[in-house]
Design a binder for this molecule. Structure first.
Ligand SMILES: [Zn+2]
Length: 295
């Protein structure tokens, strides 16, 4: 009798929680499902899919929908200049975490890439640069050993070739299925960036929605120049966690790009349609010949 009672309580509770968290996820994540029509999760407008350009903006409220690395490359790099680095690197299950292998397979299918970051070199307005683009469609852009290793190698490649590096961040934080190995990536990437910095090279971060957790606490905030897309969520711990810890109401727009700009965490907010030109300008201003010419 007791057992029966306990069982039904757990199942109802669990069911409700799943429903709620599903709803919350839908609300928090602007996405474009397949089909002719899409719904903007910001303004709730129903939009004809063909009205959404390659920049993936809401034609009604200008919300910046989340992009895949391939879409990002298409609107950022000079045509056909992107050469991928470490394309074959695949994740393992170093902690033998239960069901992690299945989670990885599902994420690979959903995002269409083997891990949560794509790295490579390319040109932007004729300027050579290394680039890393994280993907929120892959386990919410969580950082495991492969993400950390690929970003580190991209930074080391940039250092070895005296190139700048641009990292587009989006992440829910460190990947819990890889435990301490995930957390170690924060230090590893930061060290590589330290050596890149010592070589006098430029590092630009572009924060996109959402950039949180261990990625914010390491390389997202280490850029010489930190750009952000409008209204991107940028923070370390989630709002609910902070609110429950400090027992205070958080201010309006807390952890959004505009709030972070005001508080000195972001240097400039750039609309997605202007981002390629902005990056091209920054690269040109910091390129070696230009610097010699102006001295
Ligand atoms: Zn909208």
């Amino acid at each position: 009798m007791n057992l029966f009672g306990k069982k039904s309580y757990v199942s109802i509770d669990g069911g409700e929680r799943t429903k709620k968290s599903d709803k919350r996820r839908q609300k928090a994540e602007p996405s474009i499902p397949d089909g002719m029509w899409i719904k903007c999760n910001t303004c709730k407008a129903i939009i004809y899919k063909k009205e959404v350009t390659e920049y993936k903006l809401c034609p009604n409220c200008d919300a910046h929908f989340r992009m895949s690395p391939a879409e990002r490359i298409a609107v950022t790099c000079d045509e056909n200049t992107f050469e991928e680095l470490d394309a074959g690197m695949r994740p393992q299950n170093p902690m033998s975490y239960p069901e992690y292998d299945e989670v990885i397979k599902k994420a690979q299918k959903k995002a269409g890439i083997p891990e949560g970051v794509v790295t490579g070199r390319c040109r932007i307005h004729g300027q050579d640069t290394v680039m890393a683009i994280m993907d929120s469609h892959f386990m919410m852009g969580s950082m495991g050993s492969v993400v950390g290793e690929k970003v580190t190698r991209a930074v080391e490649y940039a250092t070895a070739h005296s190139l700048p590096i641009i990292i587009f961040t989006t992440s829910g934080g460190a990947r819990m299925q890889e435990g301490i190995i995930s957390l170690m990536q924060m230090a590893k990437v930061s060290e590589a960036l330290g050596r890149h910095d010592e070589a006098g090279l430029l590092y630009v971060t572009v924060l996109t929605d959402p950039t949180t957790g261990g990625v914010t606490a390491s390389f997202a905030m280490l850029g010489d120049i930190i750009l952000s897309e409008p209204k991107a969520l940028i923070g370390f711990a989630g709002q609910r966690v902070i609110q429950a810890t400090i027992h205070q109401q958080l201010p309006e727009g807390f952890q959004r790009a505009e709030f972070q700009l005001e508080h000195g965490f972001v240097d400039r907010i750039v609309h997605r349609e202007k981002l390629r030109d902005e990056l091209g300008k920054i690269l040109r201003l910091h390129s070696q010949p230009e610097r010699e010419g102006t001295e």
